[in-house]
Design a protein around this ligand. Structure first.
Ligand code: URA
Length: 187
């Protein structure tokens, strides 16, 4: 995580996605929270409102957190790996991710959360530097930079797989968030 934020070529730009008509979406929630949620990149709604996870995925994420007992505005800080919306909501490129990482590291340093939840494969790969299916690592605690992190399924995947049956992604994610609440209460 020892990257210098001043390494950006043009300090007024986060990365090549930054342009005058696009909003830079930084964060939502409590910057003193013990829990940080890191997603991939803003979508259309996030860009419109200027906050992460305020669209359909965000609403589901809020519900999962509330269901586990979290107070959304007090207990959680939300952000993304990439701060500007990629065209047509495509996945951010490796270059875009690398250009945004110093800003994310700075956010992590400033907020200093105890627990980080990596929402989806982009966040998992960007932070842990490993390429592993989320289905293998989800729900597992991993030590990272004197914090604990847990990958979980991305809520957009859950919206496409809404079955509430036992053992299905939605059910597994509900228990992941209960596990996260237990950990936060213990710290
Ligand atoms: N998906 C993300 O990964 N982040 C957002 O902010 C919204 C949707």
């Amino acid at each position: 995580m020892n990257q210098n934020i001043t390494s950006a070529k043009d300090p007024s730009k986060v990365c090549d996605l930054t342009n005058p008509i696009q909003k830079i979406v930084v964060s939502r929630g409590n910057p003193f929270a013990k829990l940080m949620i890191i997603g991939e990149a803003p979508g259309a709604k996030e860009e419109e409102i200027g906050k992460p996870f305020v669209g359909r995925s965000g609403k589901l994420l809020d519900k999962l957190l509330q269901n586990a007992g979290f107070n959304i505005s007090k207990d959680v800080y939300f952000c993304n790996v990439v701060k500007c919306r990629p065209p047509k909501n495509r996945r951010p490129t490796k270059t875009e991710i690398n250009e945004n990482l110093p800003w994310l590291y700075q956010q992590i340093k400033l907020v200093n959360p105890r627990v980080i939840v990596l929402v989806g494969a982009t966040a998992l790969e960007a932070i842990l530097k490993i390429k592993s299916p989320i289905s293998i690592l989800r729900g597992k605690w991993i030590d990272w930079d004197s914090k604990v992190v847990m990958p979980v399924f991305h809520p957009s995947y859950l919206l496409r797989n809404p079955s509430k049956e036992e053992g299905k992604p939605m059910d597994l994610t509900k228990s992941d968030f209960l596990k996260i609440k237990e950990k936060i209460d213990f710290l």
